[in-house]
Design a protein around this ligand. Sequence first.
Ligand code: FMN
Length: 310
Amino acid sequence: MTHTLGHAPVDRTSRIRSIWRAAWDQGEVDALDNLLSPTYVRRRGPAGTAQDRDQLKDSIRAVREAFPDLHTDIEDVVEDGDRLAIRWRSTGRHTGTFLGVPPTGRPVEVSGATFARFDGAAVAEEWVTFDSRQLLEALGIITTAQRAAVDPDLVRGVHRKFITGVTVVTTDDDGSPRGLAVNAFSSISLDPPMVLVCVQRTSSTHPALHRASHLGISILAADQLDVAKTFASKADDKFAHLAWTPGAYGSPLIDGSCAQLEVEIGERLEAGSHTVFTGRVVSARHDDLAPLVYSGGGFFDISRTAPLPW
Ligand SMILES: Cc1cc2nc3c(=O)[nH]c(=O)nc-3n(C[C@H](O)[C@H](O)[C@H](O)COP(=O)(O)O)c2cc1C
C-alpha cells in the first residue's frame, strides 16, 4: 500500500525497513524523526511502560553499546488500513554492559512483534512484544532450561538434616482467619527488618495470602504440638477451638506462641510449586517460652536438649 508524504508516494513497509535498518543496525537514531510522529508513544509490557521518541533513541543507543554488531531482520509485515504488524528477529554479541550484566561475549537472539498505528505518513503509536526470557537467559540472568533431575528422595533426605522451628502463617480473609503450618520461614534482613515465607500454591490458604496486604507469623512454643498438627491439616475451621488475637495490623496471632510478627507483604515470587512471600516486619513481640523444634520429620522440645559449650 502506498501513502503520500508531501507529494511523493511512500510505501510504509519499505520506509519502516530502511529506517529501522538505519536506527537499529547502523545507530543513526535520528532517522526515526522521518518515521515517528513528534508525539509518538511506544508501549511495551505491562500497561504504563511507555516511551516517547527520545527515550526510544536512548534505549537504541544503550542496546547498541552493549551489542555493537546488532542486526535486525524484519521477517514479516502485514498491513491493514492504518495498522501495520511486523515480526522481527534481532541478533548481536554481548560485548558491553547491559542491564547491569558485564560483557559475556555471548551471542544473543531475540524475536518479537511490533504493532504500529500510522497517523498519515508517521507512526503515532507502537506496541512491542518480545520474549524477554530469551534475552535474560542468554545473558545468564535466569535459567529456564531443565537440568538433569536430582533424586527427590535424596533432596528430601538433605532437608531432613536441617532443623527448623514451626510457624503458623495467617491472614485475615475479609473477616475470616486463615492459616497453615510453615517451616519455610526465614529472616532476610534486620535493617530494614524483612522476612520471607514459602507457601505451596495448592494450599487452601494461598489465595487468601495472595490477596492480603499483611500476614501474621506465630512461632509455636514447645507445648503447641496440637496447634502445629491442626495447622498442618486441611481442617475447615482451624481457629475454632483456639485462642488467638488480631495483631495491630489485623493478622490473627496465635495465643501462647513464643514469638509473633506481622508483615506487610512486599513481593510474591512464584518459585517452583510455591510462592515466596517477602515483606517488611511491622510489628513484633516474643515471650520467654521454648520454641517447638521440627527435625527429620519429628517434633522436639528444645528445653530438654543439652547446650554445647561454644
Ligand atoms: C512441620 C511442618 C512444616 C510445614 N511447612 C510448610 C511450608 O513451609 N510451606 C507450605 O506451604 N506448607 C508447609 N507445610 C504443610 C502445610 O501446613 C499443609 O499442607 C497444610 O495442610 C496446608 O493447609 P491449607 O491447605 O489449609 O492451607 C508444613 C507442614 C508441617 C507439618
